[in-house]
Design a protein around this ligand. Sequence first.
Ligand code: MN
Length: 200
Amino acid sequence: MSTSHNQLKEYRNKRDFRRTAEPSGDGRDKPGDKPVFVVQKHAASRLHYDVRLEVDGVLKSWAVPKGPSMDPKDKRLAVMTEDHPMDYADFEGTIPDDQYGGGAVIVWDTGTYDNMKELEAGDAGSALSMQEALDAGEVTVRLNGKKLTGGFALIHSKMGGNPKNWLLMKMKDDQAAAGSDVVNKNPTSVLSGRDINDLL
Ligand code: MN
């Protein structure tokens, strides 16, 4: 049994795979040259965006009510959720209403990412793996997506005393765009071109 199998226990416990078309995570992992990220738009009881980063064979996940922004001034609440299986990264569809997270899901953006804590470490000794950066509560990644590009930070703010609360923000770089409204200007799936309303 792999490490990722144990990490997916909470994910599996929440779902009945006879009822939902979501992947159980029993399929193959897909090792690539670079780790992947995905942002899914999820019309559950409350619309939100799920930001996921591949780390050690699973998708580390945060629910972001307002979605990501390309404006460094925006600090978006990102609530950490259970690890998801790798094959969730291209899941689009409708989860039955009586199931956990019932509602439509589209892949709003996806691509690869670079761990900036590894890439831009000043000296060899200061490099952090993604797991080390997560443990330290400060993740910085360069996203290579179709909509999201450049540096993003996830900071473990624990706002309101909730240990699941992080903040997602765009870092200042050439890709940053003040005042941009990337989630509403570019609403459709990068995989299928569908709008989430097409699945409702
Ligand atoms: Mn969700």
